[in-house]
Design a protein around this ligand. Structure first.
Ligand code: FES
Length: 94
């Protein structure tokens, strides 16, 4: 895991989840968006209009560009905290 984080945040416990079937680790309290950004997964869905890759834009829950599917439910990655065992997939639709 890349731990280039704010001082003190590395003390939080690790949390493991899967993204597209691959195990990703983050720190408890991280947003899903930043956990994926940290490991280089920035394309979270495709535009339904032209198929272009979409990802985090506002990082505060307004634009809906970061939609992903967590355990079968479409959510905003930037307003969702990581939790152990969550199954995250690309392709959330607004
Ligand atoms: S990045 Fe804008 S809603 Fe998540």
């Amino acid at each position: 895991m890349n731990d280039q984080r704010l001082p003190g945040t590395a003390a939080r416990p690790e949390v493991a989840f899967t993204f597209e079937g691959r195990t990703v680790t983050a720190r408890a309290g991280d947003s899903l968006a930043m956990a994926l950004w940290t490991v280089g997964d920035v394309a979270l869905r495709q535009s339904s209009r032209d198929g272009a890759a979409r990802g985090v834009w506002c990082n505060m829950g307004i634009c809906y560009e970061c939609l992903v599917v967590v355990d079968g439910v479409t959510v905003r990655a930037c307003t969702t905290l990581v939790r152990a065992g969550m199954d995250v997939r690309r392709g959330g639709k607004p």
